[in-house]
Design a binder for this molecule. Structure first.
Ligand code: AMP
Length: 900
């Protein structure tokens, strides 16, 4: 190339050029070919840059076609393809023409058919060199410096043979830069690039044509392309590949589609410009609840995290005391015994009611102490009431509980000059919070008032006199037979006051059961509590049952001035011993003390004639167990709950009276024609002797094992709480229509299974709420069992809201013929919190635990590390010891149960 150029230029002085035009022209091909080889590298390089712009789609690029381009030139001696290859031996598709010396040139170069691939506007980029006519030897009037570009639309390749005049002209192409022989000498490459666009196209493809009319041109490359806005995700909406509009100024509106796991916030739209750019985004999508935005996608919230709404920015960790085990959670569940109000946002921590912390003393007299306190800072719900527990210092076993809706109370009836300990806890719908710490206040000493002011003596004398008169009025009032109020304290209708002694509630004004044994002469007890009836007033009709002491008959009683009514008559068989007589009448002595619609009512006794009789109200349907068996499946759940409510109410009355039944079972409940259930079968030591279910225990007593709480079996600890256990068994009997508890298991197996933590499974079709109540009654820790008043209110609630009884115990979770594992932490392991803490050598914390409401192993099971710190267990070693022990107990309970 260099030698050829040098030869060309050296030989061509200005005069020679004029004389030697042919030389120049003939040399052009050779020169241009060499130039083009050089240019090619540049062209290829720049075009490869262009290629990276994804919004451009090539329909044709002459540089990249490896084989024959298939273009046609006519006349045949017009446009010529230079048969060169580049350094990689790839063909260079370059066409050139240089008929500057001849008149009337009309040289056409036709491309092959080019598919427009759906584009309606296409772009044609031409790269070419053009010889400056002025640089050619003078007088060449035929030389041109332009060429023309045409197109012809066609759906297929048939259009190739059409006439020239059917082509539509796109433009006349002129060079910005033309070259001279000087440029060739200086080796300056003057490559022109011209781009034209055509549209709207209406057919599937087209041909291009280049018309030369006498210029000296080399067409180095032809590239045909269209533009598109490439698929993109913007604002979580995916916009598809979009071919630009036909018009160069047109903006195409495109709707986006929300990416996976996202939802439309406002319909997403963008606009595709003719240049292939996305413009003006409108609207957006948001990751739906449970998903968060990451790298233009919606990623699932991991377990332990949640996102409540599409508008929340990202997944958040579950708030304190809540959890989720699932992916894509929209909220977290509260840990057991932690709660969140329905109105609380899911971002809110779950809490237990917070303890009352600041308690202030108010007015103190010699008999009363007034207190006030602040509502807890963060009660997790509306505080329904406060429970104030107080007792005389060092007399904790005998305490009083006042319930109040106000944040102040006055405890009265206190001893002068004595220290009292107070603790307060709040109750919300979530239950009770922990008790506050102990607050100790002292009543004023009586001597101070008396000695401080002698002038007060007359006042005191007057007061005492008035007091005595008042006392006399009260005694008179009581003797007149009028019953005292029930449980409401007098001072404040919002307050309820109960007294406890060794676990028994003593309601002020409620009579206490008196054990007939305390009477030296049992006959005296009978006559104190039972009316003597003339035998002539009684008509015996028929025998209805057999009791331990004789037959039970039905009959009628006609008392003077009253209408005759049906009664049941228990008779003492002839030939009885004195002890048998005493025991027989003992039941009447007890029954006679009770007056409650759910306790069998004693009409009186016949002791002055024989046979000795006990006359009670008549219960048409007899004993409950037989009645239910006879009427299996005949009652609605509400009717059954009504029966249970009656029994619970009778038992509440008995426990309020301080009477422990010891033999509560469906066979000892009587039911009348209105389906009213009444507790019966009261007795003294003999109570268990005549129960065929009672069995001798290792300690000698006779106990109805299947109905009796473990502590009563093990060490004869009979309390109202053990009656609650029995009540749970009665519930089970009622809901299973008189099924025998524990079926045919032996008593020994029952004791063992219960001790190991197994409990009766739910009866068929039993509402979940009732079975839960049964399980509560069967808590190993008797302090954790509900009290009868709680049972009554719970049943009342269920009756008031029958839909709450619709949820039945899941049939698959009922284990028929097997006992179910019952798993309060510590069951079977420790009897009390104290025992447990002692066992792990942490006994020093017993008091703190008790004071803060962790008085049962079930409550302890909920303790968290945070709670321990709050309780003041600050030593890490101690925290670990306690937490590890709790964990161990939980694992044992989950894994260690052996199915029967
Ligand atoms: P008891 O000796 O109390 O267990 O009574 C024995 C049976 O007599 C009971 O199982 C009842 O079937 C029946 N019975 C006892 N008292 C009454 C009563 N007040 N009304 C109806 N039947 C009764």
């Amino acid at each position: 190339m260099t030698s050829l150029l040098e030869e060309l230029l050296s030989c061509c002085s200005a005069s020679q050029k004029i004389q030697l035009p042919w030389l120049i022209i003939n040399s052009l091909f050779a020169i241009a070919t060499q130039i083009l080889k050089y240019l090619l590298k540049f062209v290829t390089h720049t075009s490869s840059l262009t290629f990276f712009f994804l919004f451009i789609v090539n329909l044709l690029d002459s540089r990249t076609v490896m084989g024959d381009l298939g273009w046609i030139a006519y006349p045949k001696n017009g446009w010529e393809e230079i048969g060169e290859v580049d350094e990689n031996y790839a063909p260079i598709h370059t066409y050139q023409v240089c008929k500057v010396m001849e008149q009337n040139q009309n040289n056409w170069l036709l491309t092959s058919w080019i598919s427009n691939q759906g584009a309606s506007r296409i772009f044609i980029e031409l790269k070419f060199t053009l010889r400056d006519c002025n640089s050619l030897p003078g007088g060449l009037g035929t030389c041109k410096e332009t060429f023309n570009m045409y197109y012809f639309e066609s759906d297929d390749e048939d259009g190739r043979n059409i006439r020239e005049n059917q082509y539509i002209k796109i433009d006349t192409i002129a060079a910005d830069e033309s070259f001279t022989e000087l440029d060739l000498g200086d080796r300056v490459m003057k490559l022109n690039t011209e781009v034209r666009d055509v549209g709207p196209l209406t057919k599937k493809g087209f041909y291009l044509a280049f018309q030369d009319v006498g210029a000296c041109i080399a067409l180095v490359s032809v590239r045909v392309y269209y533009k598109k806005c490439p698929s993109v995700v913007r604002n979580l909406a995916r916009f598809p590949d979009t071919i630009t509009g036909a018009d160069s100024s047109q903006l195409l509106e495109v709707s986006g589609v929300c990416v996976n796991h996202s939802v439309t916030d406002e319909a997403p739209k963008m606009h595709c410009s003719a240049e292939g750019e996305w413009l003006v985004p409108i609207g957006k999508c948001l990751c739906k609840a449970g998903y968060e935005e990451k790298n233009n996608t919606c990623q699932v919230c991991r377990p332990g995290f949640f996102k409540a709404s599409p508008h929340s920015p990202s997944c958040s960790k579950c708030p304190p005391h809540s959890y989720t085990l699932d992916e894509a959670s929209t909220s977290c569940l509260c840990e057991e015994h932690y709660f969140r109000r329905e109105s609380d946002p899911p971002t809110m921590a779950c809490t237990t009611p917070s303890p009352v912390s600041s308690v202030k003393k108010g007015k103190i007299t010699k008999n009363s102490i007034s207190l006030s306190w602040q509502e807890p800072d963060r009660p997790n719900g509306i505080i329904l009431e406060y429970e104030i527990k107080y007792f005389e210092k060092d007399q904790e076993t005998s305490y009083t509980i006042i319930k109040s809706k106000e944040t102040m109370i006055t405890a009265d009836g206190l001893k002068p000059g004595s220290a009292y300990v107070f603790q307060i806890r709040a109750r919300t719908a979530a239950g009770y919070g922990g008790f506050s710490r102990r607050f100790e206040f002292e009543t004023s000493p009586v001597s101070v008032a008396a000695s401080s002011d002698q002038s007060q003596i007359p006042i005191i004398v007057v007061s005492v006199t008035v007091g005595v008169i008042l006392l006399a009025v009260v005694i008179g009032f009581l003797l007149s037979g009028r019953r005292c109020g029930y449980s409401k304290a007098k001072q404040d209708p919002e307050e309820e006051k109960m007294h406890f002694h060794n676990g028994h509630i003593k309601l002020p004004g409620v009579r206490t059961y008196i054990d007939p044994h305390t009477y030296e002469d049992p006959n005296q007890a009978v006559h104190e509590f039972a009316k003597e009836i003339e035998a002539s007033c009684i008509t015996i009709e028929r025998v209805i049952g057999a009791g331990e002491f004789g037959e039970v008959c039905s009959g009628r009683l006609k008392l003077q001035g009253k209408r005759e009514f049906p009664v049941a008559i228990k008779t003492l068989k002839v030939g009885y011993t004195e002890k048998q007589r005493r025991d027989f009448l003992g039941e009447a002595s007890i029954m006679g003390q009770f007056d409650h619609p759910n306790i069998i009512h004693l009409e009186g006794v016949v002791t002055k004639s024989k046979p000795v009789m006990i006359v009670t109200e008549y219960m048409e349907n007899g004993s409950l167990d037989t009645f239910l068996k006879k009427n299996d499946g005949q009652f609605t759940v509400i009717q059954l709950v009504g029966m249970l409510r009656g029994i619970a109410s009778g038992m509440k009355y008995l426990s309020d009276m301080g009477y422990v039944h010891r033999d509560l079972a469906a066979r000892n409940i009587l039911i009348n024609s209105n389906l009213v259930c009444k507790v019966s079968d009261f007795g003294l030591s003999r109570v268990l002797e005549d129960d065929p279910e009672a069995a001798y225990t290792t300690r000698g007593g006779k106990i109805p094992i299947r109905w009796t709480a473990p502590e009563a079996i093990a060490f004869r600890k009979f309390t109202s709480a053990s009656d609650v256990w029995s009540y749970g068994i009665v519930m089970w009997e009622v809901m299973s229509y008189g099924e025998r508890p524990y079926w045919e298991m032996t008593n020994q197996d029952v004791i063992k299974a219960v001790e190991e933590g197994y409990r009766l499974p739910s009866p068929m079709d039993c509402p979940a709420a009732l079975y839960q109540l049964m399980l509560d009654c069967w808590q190993k820790d008797r302090n954790s069992r509900p009290k009868f008043d709680e049972i009554v209110s719970m049943l009342d609630k269920l009756i008031r809201n029958p839909s709450s009884l619709k949820t039945l115990v899941n049939a698959s979770s009922r284990v028929s013929n097997l006992l179910v594992e019952h798993s309060p932490v510590g069951s079977g392991a420790y009897r009390s919190v104290g025992e447990w803490l002692e066992a792990i050598k942490m006994g020093r914390y017993t008091e703190i635990f008790m004071e803060n409401g962790y008085s049962s192993m079930d409550a302890v099971a909920q303790v968290t590390l945070e709670d321990l710190r709050r309780l003041g267990v600050t030593l890490v070693g101690h925290q670990k010891k306690i937490m590890n022990s709790l964990q161990e107990m939980k694992v044992q309970l989950v894994n260690g149960m052996v199915p029967l």
